[in-house]
Design a protein around this ligand. Structure first.
Ligand code: MN3
Length: 206
């Protein structure tokens, strides 16, 4: 049974960066639906007890094409949104500190350069998708973008995502309309860099 991340903040808590109706619809409808669909499909495929990372990394072992596609889309939707909602917070924003700041500076030159590069990936992703900060098996930070509900795990990169920007229109359209660049720029006001650092530390301990 896969469990949706419970928001430890109210729907209105991310205002004005992300409006309450968007958070409510995004978490309580979209994310909840991916989770319910995933649970039904995983039951059918006999993988309900598998950790989601393992499931997404081994989609090619699901023989039935319809089940495989359903698990890829809904398993991705479940995993991606758990990461998304757990790395934003009402008191977010600012810059990373500690080991994450050091790693970002080493990989990208500076926090501003990192922001610029991941923002360009987020804005440039054609159609629905995601931008990612991930950790390689060697412990290096890398950036990528993906379409639909794919992610670095389901794409077989072997990397572990630690931070993401959702650029599906349901993530921003009510407030930012067609202006994805404005949403991506403001999004950094709610990023919980402490949570991202915890994800980094977990990823390198694997
Ligand atoms: Mn979304």
């Amino acid at each position: 049974m896969f469990k949706q991340y419970d928001l430890p903040y109210g729907h209105e808590a991310l205002e004005p960066t992300i409006d309450a109706l968007t958070v409510e619809t995004h978490h309580d409808k979209h994310h909840a639906t991916y989770t319910a669909n995933l649970n039904a499909l995983a039951e059918k495929a006999g993988v309900a007890d598998m950790p989601i990372e393992q499931l997404l990394a081994n989609l090619d072992t699901i023989a039935d094409p319809a089940l495989r596609t359903g698990l890829r889309n809904n398993g991705g939707g479940f995993y991606n949104h758990n990461l998304y909602f757990s790395t934003i917070a009402p008191n977010g924003g600012g810059e990373p500190t500690g080991v994450l700041a050091e790693k970002i500076n080493a990989a990208f030159g500076s926090f501003d350069a990192f922001k610029e590069q991941i923002s360009a990936l987020a804005v440039g992703q054609f159609g629905s998708g995601w931008a990612w900060l991930s950790v390689t098996p060697a412990g290096e930070l890398v950036l990528s973008a993906s379409g639909n509900q794919d992610n670095p795990i389901s794409l077989g990169t072997g990397n572990t995502p630690i931070f993401t920007i959702d650029v599906w229109e349901h993530a921003y359209y009510l407030k930012y309309r067609n202006l994805r660049p404005a949403y991506v720029k403001e999004f950094f006001n709610v990023v919980d860099w402490k949570a991202v650092e915890q994800n980094y530390l977990r990823a390198v301990q694997k």
